[in-house]
Design a binder for this molecule. Structure first.
Ligand code: ADP
Length: 154
């Protein structure tokens, strides 16, 4: 059984994130979307809202799970029996960051990172861009694979 963890902030989970998960499902038996959070930092969406929104996207799927965690991603991988970390890159800035992260994680744990190149259709999509548009009252529905209003007002 090949299990991979896809760690991130997912604040919010975007169509770009969904594209990575959907492509990863073709390579792994199980994909665990893992929301890394810091108890002292409140995001745009609460961790519970992020979990709900992701679960609403993969409702009923046996090969996709959503969890939250604190601490090191490699420790979560060990707990979950996952041998791989999934990440996505949109540009060279992402690439430089991901290369260092992947290198450190492999050195401390032996866990390999599988990096997906963003589909051009989604390469401009980022959680921070969605937050910025929302802050200025733009409709962001096209960038989100779930109903934001429902998740925020639950
Ligand atoms: P983090 O705070 O760990 O960067 P994010 O939630 O912003 O968390 O992103 C999680 C992962 O998804 C990162 O590897 C990021 O590069 C990748 N990612 C984000 N948006 C996209 C996108 N549109 N296409 C491909 N990968 C993406």
């Amino acid at each position: 059984m090949k299990t991979a963890v896809f760690p991130g902030s997912f604040d919010p989970f975007t169509t770009g994130h969904k594209n990575i998960v959907d492509r990863a499902r073709g390579l792994f038996d199980k994909v665990i979307i893992a929301i890394g959070y810091n108890e002292h930092k409140h995001g745009f969406m609460s961790v519970e809202q992020r979990l709900d929104s992701i679960r609403s996207v993969y409702d009923g799927a046996e090969d996709v799970e959503a969890v939250s965690y604190t601490g090191l991603t490699v420790d979560l991988c060990r707990q979950k029996g996952a041998g791989f970390i999934i990440r996505g890159v949109r540009n060279t800035t992402d690439f430089d960051y991901e290369r260092t992260l992947a290198d450190v994680n492999r050195k401390i744990s032996g866990i390999e990172t599988v990096v997906f190149i963003a589909d051009p259709e989604y390469s401009i999509v980022s959680s921070s861009m969605v937050r910025e548009l929302m802050h200025n009252d733009y409709d962001v529905a096209r960038f989100l694979p779930f109903d934001l209003e429902k998740c925020l007002h639950k």
